[in-house]
Design a protein. Structure first.
Length: 116
């Protein structure tokens, strides 16, 4: 079965950095595009960014462009979200997502809190 497990969240001060990981299993990771989303308290889930199966192509939401970087390791079946210059408005639960044969799969999420 498809499983996505996020890790790496925590509390960080404004201007700090975190790297999130999403370990995938149960599908052919190396040929699958992957996405990161986030959901802040009281708000809907929003796309943070995406990466193609080979890792060459990425795109990002305007609010994180230039600060966040998505990468992947197709040997470790893991996708990463490097977050730099964090702001309080980046506080959210972060999720990774894959679509397999028309079905959407989400991880359980990892909390990121940016606060002094």
């Amino acid at each position: 079965q498809v499983q996505l497990v996020e890790s790496g969240g925590g509390l960080v001060q404004p201007g700090g950095s975190l790297r999130l990981s999403c370990a995938a299993s149960g599908f052919t990771f190396s040929i699958s595009a992957m996405s990161w989303y986030r959901q802040a308290p009281g708000k809907g889930r929003e796309l943070v960014g995406r990466i193609t199966s080979g890792g060459v192509g990425t795109d990002y939401a305007g609010s994180v462009k230039g600060r966040f970087t998505i990468s992947r390791d197709n040997v470790k079946n893991t996708v990463y979200l490097q977050m730099n210059s964090l702001k309080p408005e980046d506080t959210a639960v972060y999720y990774c997502k894959t679509v397999q044969y028309g079905y959407i799969y989400w991880g359980q999420g990892t909390q990121v809190t940016v606060s002094s």
